[in-house]
Design a binder for this molecule. Structure first.
Ligand code: ADP
Ligand code: MG
Length: 462
């Protein structure tokens, strides 16, 4: 058995290497253990295999969300060990007793309509990420309202550039815009990474004409995670031209990124200036109120879907909202976990149950080191680490340096003299001064407050 797996993992010939699902399932059993396997993974079936992604069937939406939030990375790792070219998994919800029928249907259908591995396969909008279920809060208010405005009045805010940290709802908003517009427009929705994939493939196949045509004919062009183009010169070149030609013909462009255009690193200036030429809006970390609203909405959705009541009291909801600090994706993952637990054990949960269930999530405190802080801060401000640590006192270097010292004090257990030493042997009084200055500024100055929050979430993500 082991021998087989090894053989397959180096065997990457595209045509012949089809997955044997029973073998994959066996490997799931080994990796995840019997309990997880039999309650979750065993129920997953293979619907269709493409060269670089799989479509798998799961019985319910809840099931899918649960799998995605907890096991997706590992599942992908496993299937990759059978077929290296796989890099993505899609789930389709197929009620259990219909699974076999559906697989048949899909296979038949796809024999006729399959546009194998083509761009169209990726231009899919997710019907579950729409405006109706996007909850408004202080942190996303502006981004949401302009996303809606763009749908009513195209080309007025062009491009619309939405930025914000991981898991705060950018893809959701972009997808919602796409759904809203798709009936009356030619909508293209693609991640920058996919855009590159097609770009490279077209170059290899000597098929750039088709590539250009394809992307330039859309009237609504939505591109997710544009920060991905960082450092990729020829991709930027191509994107720049795509962008210009779309703008010329009056197409609406919507872009998302984890940072503002000016903070994009290793991206041509002319492109940055194009990106910021329309309207830039950002999404901040959610406040408690929004987190609570999202939890309640999710509970409602699950209740409607399963026609069963889920009883989480206010106290528990508050607990989850307060403890989950990183982002909305994590918040939903945590909530799913609590709900699954209460379902399996069929009981009303109190706070101490929750604490228990979520022990490993919340206690998994990330190890944050002074090194890491220095790296993230210098990256964030786009300055060289050596300069940040140098003795130069110009403001563009001194502020980031002070911020890094401040965060080192707040987020690690290092003492002031230790921190001083790590900053090119500075005195601890310099560190005290930095901590005081930044504490004061982060109260008075919105920009500073925002920067600090963004850096903190970057640190917590890694
Ligand atoms: P990003 O693209 O910024 O990393 P996503 O759009 O993927 O984040 O959002 C992560 C998860 O959180 C998704 O499941 C999304 O539906 C959900 N989400 C984010 N913001 C909201 C919101 N305001 N209301 C409801 N769900 C949200
Ligand atoms: Mg996203």
């Amino acid at each position: 058995m082991d021998k087989n797996i090894k053989k397959q993992s180096v065997y990457i010939s595209e045509e012949e290497n089809t997955l044997r699902w029973e073998e994959v399932q066996n490997s799931f059993k080994k990796t995840f253990g019997n309990e997880i396997y039999s309650s979750w993974l065993q129920k997953i079936t293979l619907i269709k295999e493409f060269n670089d992604y799989l479509i798998l069937a799961v019985p319910t939406r809840f099931f899918r969300d649960w799998i995605v939030s907890r096991y997706l990375d590992k599942i992908l790792e496993q299937v990759k060990s059978f077929k290296l070219s796989l890099n993505r998994i899609e789930f389709k919800i197929v009620e259990e007793n219909k699974q076999n029928q559906d697989i048949l249907k899909i296979n038949e259908l796809s024999r006729i309509t399959e546009i194998k591995d083509s761009i169209l396969n990726y231009n899919r909008l997710n019907p579950n990420l729409n405006f109706d279920n996007f909850i408004q809060g202080k942190s996303n208010d502006i981004a949401l309202s302009y996303s809606k405005k763009v749908c009513e009045q195209t080309s007025r805010y062009n491009p619309l550039y939405i930025c914000g940290g991981v898991g705060l709802g950018k893809t959701h908003l972009l997808n919602a815009i796409g759904l809203e517009m798709q009936n009356e427009n030619n909508v293209m929705f693609i991640s920058a990474e996919r855009f590159m994939y097609h770009f490279i493939k077209s170059i290899k196949k000597n098929d750039m004409v088709n590539f250009k045509d394809f992307f330039r004919k859309s009237s609504i062009f939505i591109i997710d995670d544009i920060q991905f183009i960082s450092g990729k010169e020829s991709l930027q070149e191509e994107f720049f031209h795509t962008f210009n030609s779309l703008m010329d013909k009056g197409s609406q462009i919507i872009i998302s990124s984890d940072r503002s255009p000016s903070k994009l690193e290793r991206v041509q200036d002319r492109l940055k200036s194009r990106l910021s030429g329309g309207l830039v809006v950002d999404i901040d970390a959610p406040d408690l109120e929004l987190k609570i609203k999202i939890i309640k909405k999710k509970i409602e959705e699950i209740q409607n879907q399963f026609k069963e009541s889920i009883s989480l009291n206010e106290e528990v909801i508050n607990f989850i909202a307060t403890e989950s600090k990183t982002n909305i994706r994590e918040l939903i993952g945590v909530l799913n976990r609590v709900i699954a637990f209460s379902r399996v054990h069929n009981k009303h949960l109190n706070i101490s149950d929750c604490k228990n269930i979520l022990k490993d999530v919340f206690n998994q405190s990330k190890v944050i080191t002074v090194d890491k802080i220095q790296n993230v801060v210098s990256n964030f401000f786009n300055i060289a680490l050596s300069e940040m640590l140098s003795q130069r006192r110009s403001r563009p270097l001194a502020r980031p340096r002070q911020i890094a010292m401040y965060l080192a004090k707040k987020m690690t257990t290092r003492s002031l003299p230790e921190i001083g030493r790590r900053f090119a042997n500075r005195d601890h009084t310099t560190v005290i001064h930095a901590v005081k200055t930044i504490s004061r500024l982060s109260e008075q100055d919105d920009e500073m407050k925002k920067n600090i929050n963004q850096i903190k979430s970057l640190l917590l993500e890694q």
